[in-house]
Design a protein around this ligand. Structure first.
Ligand SMILES: [Fe+2]
Length: 215
């Protein structure tokens, strides 16, 4: 279901989610500077981070595949690296080029540098979330200390964050990437079609999320 909440409503819901997930005070303190940075840099990306975090919680609660708190944290922090990307690029609506894609791609490294040492788990999930990109998939990356079980958990979280990120962008981004030459928001039917087409490995999950009213 397309989210239509205002910034203030999103922030209130985000706060309530932290209480529901029993997020510890120390974790809240570690969240704030990252989300504050992106809020002060470019509000639409901040709202996107809040929506993705909240949707991650909902999806994890429904599927039980990974822990809601883990997915929520990864979703909320997944795009903080965009605070290092030019606003002109973040707000670009038409004429997206390969050079633009390369420049935008830097947000992953920027975000990971911001998270490393403070949010180790989120760091690995976000580093791997683009393993599943339709256009630019990257190879999974792990540390030598990760067990096979760690790797599976990280990849599961990364896959779901990537899908929810895609869905939120499809429902909210006003650009022409799916409608060349005419920047506009996609209709609900178009969102479902492109989300399914570009995430075919998750078709079963996507159908389930639609049937539950989560997508
Ligand atoms: Fe995103």
């Amino acid at each position: 279901m397309r989210c239509t909440l205002t910034t203030e409503e999103l922030e209130a819901k985000f706060e309530r989610a932290q209480t529901e997930l029993d997020l510890q005070p120390v974790d809240k303190i570690l969240f704030r500077p990252f989300l504050g940075t992106i809020k002060n840099w470019y509000l639409p990306e901040y709202e996107h981070c809040l929506r993705v975090g909240l949707k991650c919680k909902e999806v994890a609660e429904e599927t039980g595949i990974v822990e809601p708190i883990a997915l929520y944290r990864c979703g909320a922090l997944h795009d903080i690296g965009k605070s290092g990307i030019r606003k002109e690029l973040l707000s670009k609506r038409t004429g997206w080029s390969k050079a633009d894609s390369r420049e935008m791609h830097e947000h992953i490294d920027i975000g990971c540098r911001m998270l490393r040492d403070l949010h180790d788990f989120e760091y690995w999930v976000i580093l791997n979330s683009h393993t599943f990109d339709f256009h630019h998939p990257s190879k999974p990356t792990f540390s030598e200390s990760h067990t096979e079980r760690d790797k599976l958990y990280i990849l599961n979280c990364a896959r779901q964050v990537n899908l929810i990120d895609f869905y939120d962008a499809a429902t909210h981004r006003l650009n022409d990437r799916n409608t060349p030459g005419t920047p506009r928001l996609l209709t609900d039917d178009e969102v479902r079609r492109v989300t399914t087409e570009q995430n075919m490995d998750c078709k079963h999950l996507i159908d389930k999320l639609y049937s539950k009213g989560i997508f």
